[in-house]
Design a protein around this ligand. Structure first.
Ligand code: 13P
Length: 323
């Protein structure tokens, strides 16, 4: 009897071969966020954090971008690449945090604070980006806010990242939005305390979307791309990783001598995990589902993203996998 695991592995190998062939035929590049399933990370041409992926989308000369991430990421790739076909293999792969703000509500907030600059986290829709002055990711939010001439800043939609930025940039007055990532807020202060007791030598690394109590117990706070760099340069051999579990794939692969622990098993983004090898093959075969932003929304959102890229320059956490 062949075990189910063996059957799955064989099936995955067949799908990977099919994807490789289709990718050549379509002149496509596969761009993958660090939270994707292990087998999707294995087929990545480019993987990284949100900033690195935006930068990669600008640089690629492929005709088709298959975006293995969530809706707002594919949207940003389309905004920055109007001449390319951007495909999201599963249209339902959304971001609940991005859905916690609408352009109407943001316009109302702007009317209350007419002097304030608007910074939107990239985890937002194209319409919200179009209403904002500049975008940011978790790896450049502090730098972006510091670069502004305005003292008052409306920061949307993640309140935890906004609070973290406020601590780093006390000279600004940050007006927070009540949005949060449903995955990151699952880590509680108690989880970190327990994990530290179980692994007293481990360093705690947290994503800034975590609750402030979790961040207060962390040794280092950074984007997913920043975590790879930090771990590589650290003398520690053990790490408690407070972010989505997809991160463990590359952390373990790149650091075979080091140990990684999650503070809770609940750090899983269901949206990120919707994309499977089967859906990637289907996407390339049928050329679906195209994500396209056009007209005035695209022009305005593009300026918002480009302003961010001009502040950040070419610093990036991209990994070219050469699949
Ligand atoms: P990074 O930019 O750190 O990869 O974060 C992406 C994200 O959506 C976190 O929820």
């Amino acid at each position: 009897m062949v075990s189910n695991e063996k059957k799955d592995a064989k099936y995955n190998e067949l799908l990977k071969k099919k994807i490789a062939k289709l990718k050549k035929k379509r002149n496509a590049v596969i761009i993958v966020h660090n939270y994707q399933r292990d087998e999707i990370q294995e087929i990545a041409d480019i993987s990284g954090d949100s900033l690195a992926l935006s930068q990669a989308a600008v640089r690629t000369d492929a005709e088709v971008i298959v975006f293995c991430g969530v809706q707002f990421m594919a949207e940003s790739a389309s905004i920055l690449n109007p001449d390319k076909k951007v495909l999201l293999p599963v249209t339902e792969a959304g971001c609940p945090l991005a859905d916690m703000i609408t352009p109407e509500k943001l316009r109302a907030k702007k009317r209350q604070h007419p002097q304030a600059a608007v910074v939107c986290y990239v985890n937002s829709s194209a319409e919200v980006k179009a209403e904002s002055d500049i975008a940011c990711t978790s790896s450049n939010a502090v730098e972006v806010v510091r670069s502004l001439k305005e003292k008052q800043v409306i920061f949307v939609p993640d309140k935890n990242l906004g609070r973290y930025v406020q601590k780093q940039v006390p000279e600004k007055e940050i007006i927070l939005w009540e949005g949060f990532c449903p995955t990151h807020i699952r880590v509680q202060e108690e989880d970190i305390k327990k994990a530290k007791l179980a692994h007293p030598k481990a360093e705690v690394i947290a994503h800034p979307e975590c609750n402030p109590e979790v961040l207060a117990l962390s040794d280092h706070i950074c984007s997913t791309g920043g975590m790879f760099k930090y771990v590589k340069n650290s003398n520690s051999n053990e790490f408690i990783i407070s972010t989505e579990n997809g991160m463990l794939y590359k952390l373990r692969k790149d650091n075979p001598g080091k140990e990684f622990y999650l503070p809770t098993p609940h750090l899983v983004c269901a949206n990120m995990k919707l994309i499977t090898l089967g859906w990637v093959a289907h996407s390339l075969e049928e050329m679906v589902y195209e994500i396209k932003v056009s007209g005035e929304i695209r022009d305005k959102a593009k300026k918002t993203l480009e302003r961010m890229l001009s502040v950040t320059g070419e610093k990036s956490g991209t990994t070219i996998s050469g699949y």
